[in-house]
Design a protein around this ligand. Structure first.
Ligand SMILES: Nc1nc2c(c(=O)[nH]1)N=C([C@H](O)[C@H](O)COP(=O)(O)OP(=O)(O)OP(=O)(O)O)CN2
Length: 136
């Protein structure tokens, strides 16, 4: 089994706000990210796939094709967007790094060829905060 990773990048805005809570409770939980405090992040997205190496190509999967799939199914929906307002697959969800990583998996996984398994979505919200999601 070989693991292959492609790093992509996008910028997006969000706020952390639970509409079922008071402003005070949101502020207490989410601090400077809460309520009307819209702010942006430079996200780094690591997509890791796994599988067997093809003897003819030496590739698990052409990483340029992987990049293209990520662009079409993930980045075009997220880059320079407001996660809370513009992104259909984040509607009704808290726009945390955890939920975004899980949603990216759900967006991408159905578009990978059968012989390629998605192993991990690793998403950096800041250089010091990241989430890894393994699809479970
Ligand atoms: N479990 C989670 N906790 C937090 C998340 C998250 O997605 N999951 N997100 C945030 C905020 O989005 C916040 O904007 C993080 O940015 P920041 O405070 O700038 O984070 P850093 O720790 O990298 O910056 P410092 O300056 O070092 O504090 C908060 N929590």
């Amino acid at each position: 089994m070989v693991y292959l990773t492609r790093l992509e990048h996008f910028n997006a805005a969000h706020k952390l706000y639970n509409p079922n809570w008071s402003l005070e409770k949101n502020e207490a939980m989410f601090g400077k990210c809460a309520n009307e405090n819209w702010h942006g992040h430079n996200y780094d997205l690591f997509v890791t796939i796994k599988g067997q190496v093809n003897e003819d190509t030496g590739f698990l999967f052409d990483v340029k094709k992987l990049s293209e799939l990520i662009k079409i199914h993930v980045l075009e929906k997220l880059d320079h967007k407001n996660l809370n307002m513009d992104v259909d697959f984040m509607q009704g969800k808290m726009c945390s790094t955890e939920n975004l990583a899980k949603a990216i998996w759900q967006q991408l996984q159905p578009h990978l060829p059968a012989e390629v398994l998605l192993h991990c979505i690793k998403l950096y919200e800041t250089p010091r905060i990241y989430v890894e999601y393994f699809g479970e």
